[in-house]
Ligand binder design. Structure first.
Ligand code: SR1
Ligand code: MG
Length: 403
């Protein structure tokens, strides 16, 4: 009789996670291991294990069969653990310095063991606290350019590209984005979440048929344009930072999609922080200085991204189209225009949709929070409707600074 080696899935707890670490031989003294469940995201269990005598530590992440943010009433595929660890390994092929090292994967248990990044902080927290990161633009611009180019048809053999599209087919997680980013905020849907004081502004969005039409077009692009392997959820809560180091985490939403998507999410989250700083930094001079840093972060990321992408295109482009004069500029222009539209959707969904951002939600003065959320909605709407009219990164930055 054939025997199966498949292991039965059960959620880990503080005891069983130590037993797993023992099976994997991660430490030497298992009686002393300290465990903390540190997951503060919307979906998974995240355990940090430390051996006090050696200070050795690891992260053990396990997907739950439902979305933690809502509970068991929202079942969710465990396959997202495979997608996350496979995509981290794929990104490590081009940009290993910007992802945590994956030490072990078990798809049956939906478990990934990875490098502990506790020396880093989550970028969203750093930005809310007004910290500057001198290498971040260079790191994220390079990370995105390399991932996009090296997983695209411009570089890969078409058979390998299509194999990767299959490997990273991620229907359930994509459906979350399709609903939460591109659909629900534009309609009166139960999962939306906003205070009554925003109802007038929200109703204005819902009554704007041109806006719905443009959002639907962006959704169509997300559904159909399998251009490159994306992280799929590259907001400032998916990035760990120190002054010197940048590590991208949480790539369970990875899939083949439109190239402008990841950089849009990064910029949208910087823009929301820029808006929220009107409340967080009370001293006008310090606030202006920090907002200039945020503008510079967007500018420098875009410049690094385009410079790196162009260099790869020229030196490593395989597809014949990479030799066509002017074609690289056309591709980058369309990435830019898509970026503006996708960023608009991200800003709107983080303001009135199911999953918010602490940058805006943590504003203590409620009236001020409402005023700034209205500004965020205005900016998001403008980006979606006028994406073609915003011609370059300077105009994009101006739109943030003047909202
Ligand atoms: C139910 S998951 C809600 C959101 O959390 C993740 O970080 C994604 O952004 C998703 O849309
Ligand atoms: Mg996440």
């Amino acid at each position: 009789m054939a025997t199966s080696t498949k292991q039965a899935y059960t959620p880990l707890n503080e005891q069983t996670v130590i037993e797993l670490s023992q099976k994997l031989g991660l430490f030497s003294d298992y009686r002393s291991i300290e465990v903390n469940e540190i997951g503060d995201g919307n979906l998974n269990l995240v355990f940090r294990l430390v051996e006090p005598s050696t200070q050795k530590s690891v992260i053990i992440k396990q997907a739950l069969p439902y979305a933690k943010v809502v509970g068991e009433s929202w079942p969710l595929t465990l396959d997202r653990a495979r997608i996350e660890s496979d995509s981290l390994k794929k990104f490590a092929e081009f940009a290993s310095e910007h992802v945590p090292q994956v030490l072990y994967t078990n798809n049956d248990l939906a478990v990934t063991v990875m490098e502990d990044l506790s020396s880093h902080v989550i970028l969203r927290k750093g930005l809310i606290d007004g910290v500057t990161y001198p290498n971040l633009a260079q790191h994220i611009g390079t990370f995105i350019a390399k991932n996009l180019f090296y997983t695209s048809d411009f570089y890969l053999h078409p058979f390998e590209k299509k194999r990767l599209v299959q490997q990273f087919t991620n229907p359930e997680l994509c459906k979350i984005t399709e609903d939460l980013v591109f659909t629900d905020p534009f309609y009166d849907i139960e999962t939306n979440d906003y205070p009554a004081e925003l109802q007038d502004a929200v109703s204005e969005l819902w009554n704007d048929s041109a806006l719905r039409n443009k959002a639907a077009r962006l959704k169509l692009k997300f559904l159909t344009h399998a251009e490159a392997l994306l992280h799929g959820d590259l907001h400032s809560g998916s990035i760990f930072v120190t002054e010197e180091s940048t590590k991208v985490i949480d790539s369970e939403f990875a899939y083949y999609g439109p190239q402008g998507f990841d950089i849009a999410h990064f910029f949208a989250n910087i823009a929301m922080n820029h808006i929220a700083q009107r409340a967080h930094i009370k001293d006008g001079e310090k606030r202006a200085e920090y907002q200039l840093y945020l503008s510079g972060l967007i500018r420098d990321t875009w410049i690094t991204f385009t410079d790196t992408y162009k260099e790869l295109w020229r030196n490593e482009g395989v597809e014949l189209a990479t030799k066509l004069p002017g074609f690289e500029d056309e591709v980058l222009e369309s990435i830019f225009t898509d970026m503006v539209g996708f960023a608009g959707c991200e800003v709107i969904r983080r303001t009135i949709g199911l999953a918010h951002v602490a940058d805006l939600d943590s504003i203590a003065d409620f009236d001020e929070q409402i005023i700034l959320k209205k500004k965020a909605l205005k900016l998001g709407r403008d980006w979606i409707k006028n994406k073609q009219r915003i011609k370059n990164i300077e105009e994009f930055i101006t739109s943030i600074r003047s909202v």
